[in-house]
Design a protein around this ligand. Structure first.
Ligand code: C2E
Ligand code: MG
Ligand code: MG
Length: 480
């Protein structure tokens, strides 16, 4: 029973006991009224907490599933459509990692209120955790309505978000699934919207994608690759190929880059493009990277013992490895186990990995430098970073990304950029290596600009250890 008293509402529970005389006649009653407001509020709060996210007060996964089930029932009865939008804030992890969870949390609250402003009261905006939000558009007339809302969300999120003295410009990737068509259960609709969101990330973030069944094919492929990759090391299916780095003027080999290949029993030779990003997403890159480094160091020592001089051996290090707390110790362990001199090992770290959290990067690079290994910035020029950080990083080598080398001769801008990078690298006393050199016109251009080293199909494709040994014996590569 709910009673109103003045401006307050309170819950009353009543019970009545009859009073009888000796003959059994009712002569009165005792009525007990109990104020149960506190207990009621408490139980409402418990239900609320179980169904809402503590940070944003938005419905959580439990309530979202329930609302989607309701929407399915409603749509079945009335024949309407509805949409599930999976929204993930782009690069949110960077903000959390660099500025702390306090700021990250405030930003998520601002995002939550912007999202609410984009939809109708009858729709559900929920937070699944982290930077993942899901919106249920409970009734749409046509699929295009979901696209309109996705666009509106992107525009709405674009305006700067102010947290304390910080001003954030954020974007989001959105995946959309539609009922009917993209799933029969809340679980399938969410999973497919999530798959579409990943596709949006792959398209370069800051866009929305509708789920298509082709995406499921890709999701299955991912799963199959991941499952197979899990056992690739123990089954000895991974091998290394080596691509020489050469002096542009003499063609003399200065070193090699170790590149992993997967000899799958049924798929045959499988290239990194098919599995490295899956290894990164699943964490498998950590044991794979360790195996690559061990094998590369072992191989170089073997060549050295055979009286050959392979120069420095470069190994690629991915983001997850670089950020793994055991990474630095792993490097020094591998060096001492293999007996390779530290300055013979070069670690290639991409510019974007280094830029993710600059102060952390500086710390790790300093520790690596203390061990004595060489450090190279891989894919240089693709990480849209300010150049000033180069001064703070103890780097030995800049590897200009192959996309710039590709058309240096024909594309004036690229030629200009490459020239400027070479000049800058020289000023900072870094060695500059041009990646992806494919013809002699590029070699001439690079030499004119003062670049001394190159790597690319023009000199040699990556080759297996036997072939690389032959190259070492001859000492030079033979350009086409
Ligand atoms: P990356 O480190 O930039 O390696 C250079 C890639 O360019 C290699 O591709 C190489 O074969 C290719 N390449 C070399 N010269 C030329 C050329 O003249 N023209 C063209 N078009 N391409 C050339 P690959 O072996 O397929 O490796 C691709 C990427 O996979 C590597 O890019 C690297 O990021 C990653 N990767 C390869 N092995 C490993 C590994 O052991 N660990 C990690 N974390 N990543 C690896
Ligand atoms: Mg590399
Ligand atoms: Mg590269």
């Amino acid at each position: 029973m709910l009673r109103r008293g003045g401006s307050h509402e309170f819950f009353i529970e009543d019970s009545t006991a009859l009073i009888q005389n000796r003959r059994g006649n009712i002569i009165g009653a005792v009525m007990v009224f109990r104020d149960t407001t506190t207990a009621q509020i408490l139980s409402q709060q418990i239900v609320h907490l179980a169904q809402h996210d503590a940070l944003t007060n938005l419905p959580n996964r439990v309530l979202l599933y329930d609302r989607i089930e309701q929407a399915i029932l409603h749509a079945k009865r009335h024949g309407n459509k509805f949409a599930v939008l999976f929204i993930d804030v782009d690069k949110f992890k960077n903000i959390n990692d660099s500025l702390g969870h306090g700021i990250g949390d405030k930003l998520l609250q601002l995002v939550a209120s912007r999202l609410i402003s984009c939809v109708r009261a009858s729709d559900t905006v929920s937070r699944l955790g982290g930077d993942e939000f899901v919106i249920l558009l409970s009734e749409i007339d046509q699929v295009e309505d979901a696209a309109q809302t996705a666009k509106k969300i992107m525009t709405e999120l674009e305006a700067p978000h102010l947290v304390g003295q910080h001003k954030f410009f954020i974007t989001a990737s959105i995946g959309v699934s539609i009922y009917p068509g993209d799933g029969e259960t809340s679980e399938d609709l969410l999973k497919n919207a999530d798959t579409a969101m990943y596709q949006a990330k792959h398209q370069g973030r800051n866009n929305y994608q509708f789920f298509t069944s082709a995406m499921n094919v890709r999701a299955v492929e991912r799963q199959v690759v991941e499952d197979n990759l899990r056992t690739a090391i123990e089954r000895h299916e991974l091998i290394l190929h080596y691509q020489p780095k050469v002096k542009l003027d003499s063609q003399l080999i200065t070193g090699a880059e170790a590149l992993v290949r997967w000899m799958h029993p049924t798929w045959g030779m499988t290239w990194p493009v098919r599995f490295i990003h899956i290894a990164e997403d699943s964490g498998l890159i950590v044991p794979i990277g360790r195996w690559v480094m061990q094998e590369a160091c072992r191989q170089v020592v073997e060549w050295q013992l055979a009286g050959l001089n392979p120069g420095t051996i470069a190994v690629n290090v991915s983001s997850l490895e670089f950020r793994n707390k055991n990474f630095v110790k792993g490097v020094s362990d591998i060096l001492s186990q293999s007996g390779l001199a530290p300055q013979t090992l070069q670690l290639e770290i991409t510019e974007s990995v280094l830029m993710k959290d600059v102060s952390f990067s500086i710390e790790v690079l300093a520790k690596l430098k203390a061990i004595g290994v060489e450090l190279a910035v891989d894919d240089f020029g693709t990480g849209y970073s300010s150049l000033s950080y180069l001064l703070n990083f103890p780097i030995d080598v800049l590897k200009i990304d192959q996309s710039f080398i590709k058309d240096i001769v024909t594309n004036k801008n690229n030629g200009f950029i490459v020239g400027a990078v070479i000049a800058m690298g020289k000023n900072l006393h870094h060695r500059v290596i041009a990646e992806g050199v494919e013809d002699d016109r590029q070699v001439e251009f690079l030499k004119e600009q003062g670049c001394e080293e190159g790597q690319g199909y023009y000199f040699s494709r990556p080759v297996n250890s036997d072939k690389f040994k032959q190259l070492l014996i001859s000492g030079v590569t033979k350009p086409k």
